[in-house]
Design a protein around this ligand. Structure first.
Ligand SMILES: O=C(O)CCC(=O)C(=O)O
Ligand SMILES: [Fe+2]
Length: 186
């Protein structure tokens, strides 16, 4: 896990740099990484792949996901809210997903994509997802540099990662970005 945490930290630093924020703006909040977790997804072959899904449409609620997928393929991303695009597996590489928490933290500059996994008629598929989360007390509040009252007003009310996790637990199943929508400004 240490290598994945280090990769996550480097990505956070690069993202902060790209957004014109201090390099440690995000990375400094991940000392404790509460609720950071790894999930192994196993999708058995399915005789009727058009009739079922391996993993339904959702966005990852955490901050950053580092995903390793095998050669079979099945990950799809929702583009322009109306069509699914397959993410071709590239050997020896990770897929990096922005989570809901990072979308709120950047006032929507970084987007957490809605995605799903489809199944394969013949082949079993495996993927491994590492979901990185900040310390529970971290307040997710977008910095003033990313807000413009005229062109990009503040989209979300500040919340702590602990609050957001409670919202996630209340939901029976995460569908789309329902937990994050609870924090939208009125
Ligand atoms: O299996 C995949 O490619 C996607 C997995 C995923 O989206 C998840 O575990 O949240
Ligand atoms: Fe996901």
């Amino acid at each position: 896990m240490r290598a994945l945490d280090k990769l996550g930290s480097t990505i956070f630093e690069m993202l902060a740099h790209g957004l014109g924020l201090p390099n440690d703006f995000f990375a400094k909040n991940f000392e404790e990484k509460e609720a950071t977790m790894i999930r192994i997804n196993r999708y058995p072959p399915c005789p009727l792949p058009e009739k079922c899904l391996g993993l339904g449409s959702h966005s990852d609620p955490h901050t950053l996901t580092i995903l390793l997928q095998d050669h079979v393929g099945g990950l799809q991303v929702l583009k322009n809210d109306n069509h699914w695009v397959g993410i071709r597996p590239v050997p020896n590489s990770f897929v990096i997903n922005i989570g809901d928490t990072l979308e709120a933290w950047t006032n929507g500059r970084l987007k957490s994509v809605v995605h799903r996994a489809v199944v394969n008629r013949e082949k079993r598929r495996l993927s491994v997802a590492y979901f990185i989360s900040p310390s529970s007390s971290t307040t997710i509040d977008c910095p003033p540099q990313l807000v413009d009252p005229n062109t990009n007003p503040r989209k979300y009310k500040p919340f702590t990662w602990a609050d957001f996790r409670k919202e996630l637990l209340i939901q029976k199943r995460v569908v789309g970005k329902t937990a994050l929508n609870r924090y939208l400004m009125n």
